[in-house]
Design a protein around this ligand. Structure first.
Ligand SMILES: [Zn+2]
Length: 266
């Protein structure tokens, strides 16, 4: 495993963040924020792997397995979206391995070392800042938290806590923003991906949306959806195709709901 170099890939935006280098960050121009907390492979110098002593293991508990290729998938979605719309989405993407920090858990499960806590806090503070900027500029925004699952290799599982974490958008645009052909997952399914569910059925246990969607989705004007991609969709040779479909669905969703002048677009 490679230690994360503080210099590697640190663009102007990343240098502003502290502690730089452990998180890839992009300031955006669209009301779309991508997050990928579990794809990194880097070590954090001086920090040991978490042990999880006394913590419950499993779905919403202590886990250390990374979500392979989700760092690359998130960056590919951002790049495809910029190509398509000529504007950048925001993103916050972990470069550290989940065994050191789990940003998709409350702090008492997520970190064990104070040095790691700084990085955990930076991840969440950046997401919070981006949500605030987007809400201020556009009145509303979409957070997509990108993950990988090993249960169904060709499937994307939707997680909104069964309609809780995207409620801010439902309040503005109605139930169609959560379920059905004009929901984000409906638009994704229309681009050839198997998505479960796209309607008002109960979301699959274990994939109903974690700490990031819960915290972002509680913010004013922000709808948050956790997307759990099956392993086939994250294979290196499929990443570009998967990213293109996700970016296309985001563009369609943005056109329907996320204009800065919604009255002209609806
Ligand atoms: Zn994950």
């Amino acid at each position: 495993m490679a230690a994360i170099s503080l210099a590697t890939g640190a663009g102007a935006e990343q240098k502003k963040s502290a502690p730089a280098g452990f998180i890839a960050i992009q300031e955006g121009q669209l009301p779309v924020i991508l997050s990928a907390p579990h794809g990194g492979q880097g070590e954090i110098p001086g920090v040991s792997a978490r042990q999880g002593d006394g913590l419950q293991k499993g779905a919403s508990g202590f886990r250390t397995e990374r979500d392979v290729n989700t760092e690359q998938l998130a960056l590919a979605v951002a790049s495809a979206l910029e190509t398509k719309l000529g504007k950048k989405p925001y993103y916050v993407v972990a470069k550290f391995h989940r065994k050191f920090i789990d940003p998709n858990r409350p702090a008492d499960i997520a970190v064990e070392d104070p040095k790691a806590r700084q990085v955990y806090d930076a991840y969440h503070q950046t997401l919070a800042r981006f949500c605030g900027e987007v809400q201020k500029a556009f009145g509303h925004g979409l957070v997509l938290d990108i993950h990988g699952q090993g249960t169904a290799r060709d499937t994307v599982f939707r997680g909104t806590q069964n309609g809780k974490t995207d409620r801010a958008l439902v309040q503005q645009f109605g139930e169609k923003v959560h379920a059905g052909p004009e929901s984000f997952c409906g638009l994704l399914a229309a681009r050839g991906l198997t998505v479960q569910p796209t309607d008002t059925s109960r979301e699959t246990a274990g994939f109903t949306g974690g700490y990031i969607t819960q915290t972002c989705g509680a913010r004013e004007g922000i709808g948050a959806i956790q997307l759990e991609f099956g392993s086939d969709l994250r294979k290196k040779e499929n990443l570009k195709t998967t990213a293109a479909k996700v970016a296309d669905a985001i563009a369609a969703f943005a056109k329907l709901y996320l204009s800065d002048k919604p009255s002209q677009k609806r």
